[in-house]
Design a binder for this molecule. Structure first.
Ligand code: SAH
Length: 222
């Protein structure tokens, strides 16, 4: 018996896993922003996790990425991205590049992404990975994200993916009026806050209980 001419009967299994992740973990929990759902279906999450954890790339959990750090659970990435209220013209600052997955999701939706990472090895690996995937609208900095990235401020949205024990003043300053800051705050008993900056005020839109790795550096006085 002849074999089929191509192996197209054997579709890429990650596509099905990714679609199931979006249906069962994201849409089922109330995320409905079409741009966020499209980005999650486009970015190959398995390219961002260590080889030994490939089989868990689309699972409903955070994963370790080395250097004591983690890639967030898919739902948390989706929640934070939706809460940032991005448009195709947005300029976004991310603190904590990690493996670069959240940056890729942001880059699918926003115009420019600025991402800051304190561990040089993680920053370099993420940059290599994101460049290999073809992202050209992501800008990289190695440093303490507590201080933000003042040269390109103001930002329409700022996402912080490691938890300080208080809201960093430089980030509040670098947020545009009308912009959103999405940030986990606290040590034991963290809350993921979604804050909206108005011309006079900082309004809390919503908050949920979470557990992120601590923001290192300035905020703890090292
Ligand atoms: N957004 C990431 C999640 C990474 S976990 C992703 O999609 O994979 C949090 C990251 O924040 C880690 O990589 C950690 O090294 C980094 N980090 C911790 N403190 C930081 C600081 N002060 N400035 C910048 N990055 C920091």
């Amino acid at each position: 018996m002849d074999l089929p001419p191509t192996n197209d009967f054997c579709a890429d299994p990650t596509v099905a896993l990714c679609q199931r992740m979006v249906r069962q973990q994201i849409i089922a929990r109330g995320i409905d922003d079409p741009a966020v759902l499209a980005a999650l279906q486009k970015v190959p999450r398995h390219r961002f996790v260590p080889a030994s954890l490939q089989n868990l790339a689309y699972a409903d959990q955070p994963l370790t990425i080395g250097y004591g750090q983690t890639i967030s659970q898919p739902y948390i990435v989706a929640y934070m991205t939706e809460a940032a209220h991005l448009t195709p013209r947005s300029k976004v600052l991310e603190i904590g590049t990690g493996c670069g997955y959240q940056a890729a999701i942001l880059a699918e939706i926003a115009q420019e992404v600025f991402t800051v990472e304190i561990v040089p090895e993680l920053a370099q690996q993420a940059r290599d990975r994101l460049e290999a995937l073809g992202y050209q609208n992501i800008h990289y900095k190695i440093g303490d994200g507590y201080k933000g990235w003042p040269e390109f401020a103001p930002y329409d949205a700022i996402l912080v993916t490691a938890a300080p024990d208080h809201r960093p003043q430089p980030l509040l300053q670098q947020l545009a009026v009308g912009g959103h800051l999405v940030i986990p705050v606290g040590t034991i008993g963290q809350r993921l806050e979604v804050l909206h900056k108005t011309s006079t005020d900082l309004e809390m839109e919503k908050a949920i209980a979470v557990r992120f790795v601590p923001l290192q550096g300035h905020s703890y006085g090292f």
